[in-house]
Design a protein around this ligand. Structure first.
Ligand code: FAD
Length: 421
């Protein structure tokens, strides 16, 4: 199309995907750059979405179809933007694309089972292992295998690995550890930056037992534990001994609204814990969940979700600040201590397992945008930019529905960048 604008979208989570399809369907060319081998971001790792409690793959699949059908969208996975120069309407961006080390001409993952090397499974937050040649997850887009070059290079001269490579070749799958990264330069009119968030590092919460108590996990890990394609195939069991969880605690604001950690509220953690309490109750009708909170926040229409979930009398809400988490050295039960804010009494209670509701930290707090004219707030969220527009959790903590609206707005802003060429 003559005069067709090009928009670079960085980050292939729900916000980046939305900005990409909205801009492309409005007539732009779009280059979508994602660091991981698949699109979907953190949403792909959720078990269900609040408030409807449907699987996130539903929402993602519709968008993958929109991408697949649109010739104006080019997707680069395993890719990162190294540099952006120029001005609104006339940017040049350098994109580094790392190799997948595997070409699968059969669209099958059959070689994976024979792979002799296992690595920690990042998709499941390290709670299990995966093969060093694998499909990132069942619904991955693109539906392509990826190999971990570092892990495979360590064994490349062993007979076991050589025979694995041969068996792959016979199945139409080519492993190529010599493949190199390449860098391309692209000219674009505007940029949408949607690199999202990382879970706040729970090991920094020294008193809350993560890493020292076997049965203390984080809320993102709980999503994977409850998922049918997770490390336990959806069995909500304790990491220490595989025992079915009967008595689960949620510690809200773990590191959030705390000037030593994340001073702000991530806005979704209360809803996420309420949702995760329903995972437990559905899995084990005998089980009980107790949520320790400072303030329970369910804004807007989420109030109805809150009302629905809290009708269950086995989901107990306690306004209490948990300050210490330890474990029984023999049973590995988790012991929570703190204060019941309403009664003023001390809390000391024992649970099978505890989930720390950690907040969302913007990736831009650690990795700044390598381009001109971007400003950040005190926490690293993108505040404003001309020509480089933030979208989704890059700007502030948001639920998925709000990300969709925000990313659509960012696409519109990108369309309006007319200065330049
Ligand atoms: C425990 C928990 C449960 C939740 N449950 C729900 C729920 O049920 N319902 C709901 O509405 N919301 C939920 N949320 C919130 C939801 O996860 C976010 O709203 C959503 O992930 C935001 O999407 P995003 O695209 O902005 O960011 P992300 O999902 O973080 O996506 C960002 C993408 O950018 C990529 N990226 C990062 N850096 C780079 C780079 N430099 N270059 C290229 N790519 C990069 C990442 O790999 C990722 O794919 C939950 C959050 C938590 C913590």
């Amino acid at each position: 199309m003559a005069g067709q604008k090009t928009v670079l979208v960085v980050g292939g989570g729900i916000s980046g995907i939305t900005a990409a399809v909205e801009a492309a369907e409005a007539g732009c060319k779009v280059i979508l750059v994602e660091r991981l081998p698949y699109l979907g971001g953190r949403v792909a790792q959720l078990n269900k979405y609040f408030p409807k409690l449907c699987p996130p793959t539903c929402g993602l699949e519709i968008n993958f179809r929109r991408i697949r059908r649109n010739p104006d969208i080019t997707v680069y996975t395993l890719a990162e933007v190294e540099r952006i120069a120029g001005k609104p309407g006339a940017y040049t961006a350098s994109i580094k694309i790392s190799p997948r080390y595997v070409e699968d001409h059969t669209a099958t993952s059959k070689c994976v089972e024979d792979c002799p090397v296992e690595i920690p499974n990042d998709f499941n937050y390290g709670m299990d292992k995966t093969k060093a040649v694998s499909l990132p997850y069942e619904m991955a887009y693109p539906m392509n295998l990826v190999a971990n070059g570092d892990a495979l290079n360590k064994v490349k001269d062993t007979p076991g690995f050589k025979s694995f490579v041969e068996s792959c070749t016979k199945k139409g799958i080519r492993i190529d550890l010599e493949a190199k990264a390449e860098t391309i330069d692209v000219e674009v009119d505007s940029v949408v930056w949607a690199t999202g968030w990382r879970p706040y590092d729970a090991t920094k919460l020294e008193k809350l037992g993560f890493g020292t108590c076997a049965n203390v996990i984080t809320n993102v890990m709980m999503e994977r534990l409850a998922a049918a394609n997770g490390p336990t195939r959806g069995e909500i069991v304790r990491p220490s001994d595989g025992k079915k969880v009967n008595n689960l605690a949620f510690v809200q604001c773990a590191g959030s609204r705390d000037r030593n950690h994340l001073p702000y509220c991530s806005s979704i953690c209360c809803l996420a814990s309420l949702k995760q309490a329903t995972y437990l109750r559905d899995y084990n009708p005998e089980a009980q969940a107790q949520i320790f909170y400072i303030d329970l926040r369910a804004h807007g229409r989420f109030e109805f979700f809150f009302d629905r979930v809290t009708k269950d009398d086995k989901i107990i809400l306690t306004k209490g600040k948990i300050v210490n988490v330890t474990e029984d050295p023999v049973t590995k039960d988790v012991i929570l201590e703190g204060e019941d804010i309403l009664s003023g009494q001390k809390i000391r209670r024992t649970f099978d397992m505890a989930v720390l509701a950690t907040g969302m930290q913007p990736n831009t707090s650690v990795e700044k945008i390598p381009g001109p004219g971007v400003t950040y707030d005190d926490f690293g969220f993108v505040v404003s930019a001309t020509g480089i527009h933030g979208a989704g959790v890059t700007k502030r903590p948001m639920d998925v529905g709000t990300c969709l609206q925000d990313a659509t707005g960012a696409a519109l802003k990108a369309l309006q960048d007319t200065v330049g060429r």
